[in-house]
Design a protein around this ligand. Structure first.
Ligand code: SAM
Length: 274
């Protein structure tokens, strides 16, 4: 690892510049990537799944902790540079050139306990989070960089401005905590907004799939018309009757309903369709 050139030199040597189409904003300051690796709180039994290693700044910091890393990168231009990094990693870095939205994480990890750590591409970050929160793959933890506004939407509580579908889905499946803000100037090239790192720990007792599906239906309808009362926003799912079965006043608006309230609505919906 110590024989590696600075990240800027590696990028220059391979003639690589950021491609906005791939949501590329690189962290070239190893002090920041080391801090993120530390916040991931990795234990030796874990294999890290890193999405979008790009030039490998975060990958280097992860490898320095002694962990194994499986890195999934969509932009094939990074192959030679990342292969140079893998050559210094004593077999602890596995490279996969594929679209993270399509990969089967369970297959990649082959039953090993895993943690996801990523400076996510902003254009697919939320879609990836929903895949990990609702899919069959169950990492021990996720330490993820998003735009700060997205982290606010992940961690918001009821009555917060940022409270919506993503906050309810997150609360239903994991605990989430913002652990770091990262200013735009820390990236090359700088994005237009501040970023933040959130750490999520999936719940040890996941919700049954049908309940999770019903929860997604009620939150989609309720927050689809967030300023309206539930009797009206939930009309297609049963409106006033559904609220009554769930023990909630139909006069309420989505933004005031906590996770338990939405779970009651989801259970009532399941009971109606059973
Ligand atoms: N980890 C690097 C860092 O911190 O400097 C790069 C982070 S950059 C914000 C996002 C990375 O994700 C880029 O390398 C980009 O090519 C990659 N990427 C974008 N879409 C992807 C996808 N669907 N699957 C896998 N990687 C993707």
């Amino acid at each position: 690892m110590e024989s590696l050139p600075p990240l800027r030199d590696s990028l220059a040597a391979h003639g690589l510049i950021a491609n906005k189409g791939f949501g590329q904003h690189f962290l070239l300051d190893l002090n920041i990537t080391r801090k993120i690796a530390k916040l991931a709180d990795l234990t030796p039994d874990l294999t890290v799944l890193e999405i979008g290693p790009g030039p490998g700044g975060l990958t280097r910091a992860l490898l320095e902790t002694g962990t194994r890393v499986i890195a999934v990168e969509k932009d094939i231009r990074f192959k030679p540079l990342l292969e140079d990094l893998a050559a210094t990693a004593d077999g602890r870095l596995t490279l996969v050139f594929d679209d993270a939205l399509k990969v089967d994480e369970t297959h990649l990890l082959q039953g090993r306990p895993a943690a996801i750590v990523s400076n996510l591409p902003y254009n697919v970050g939320t879609a990836l989070l929903i895949k990990w929160l609702t899919g069959p793959f169950r990492p021990e933890s996720l330490t993820l960089m998003f735009q700060r506004e997205v982290v606010d939407r992940i961690t918001a509580g009821e009555n917060d401005e940022a409270y919506g579908r993503l906050a309810v889905l997150t609360a239903a499946t994991a605990s989430a905590r913002k652990v770091m803000d990262v200013p735009a100037q820390a990236f090359t090239p700088p994005p237009k907004v501040t970023s933040a790192v959130v750490r999520l720990v999936p719940s040890s007792s996941p919700l049954p799939e049908d309940l999770l599906d019903a929860l997604q239906k009620v939150t989609a309808a309720a927050f689809g018309q967030r300023r309206k009362m539930l009797r009206s926003s939930l009309k297609v799912l049963g409106g006033e009757n559904l609220c009554q079965s769930a023990g909630l006043s139909a006069d309420r608006r989505a933004e005031t309903v906590d996770l338990d309230g939405f779970l009651s609505l989801a259970r009532a919906l399941l009971a109606r369709t059973a």
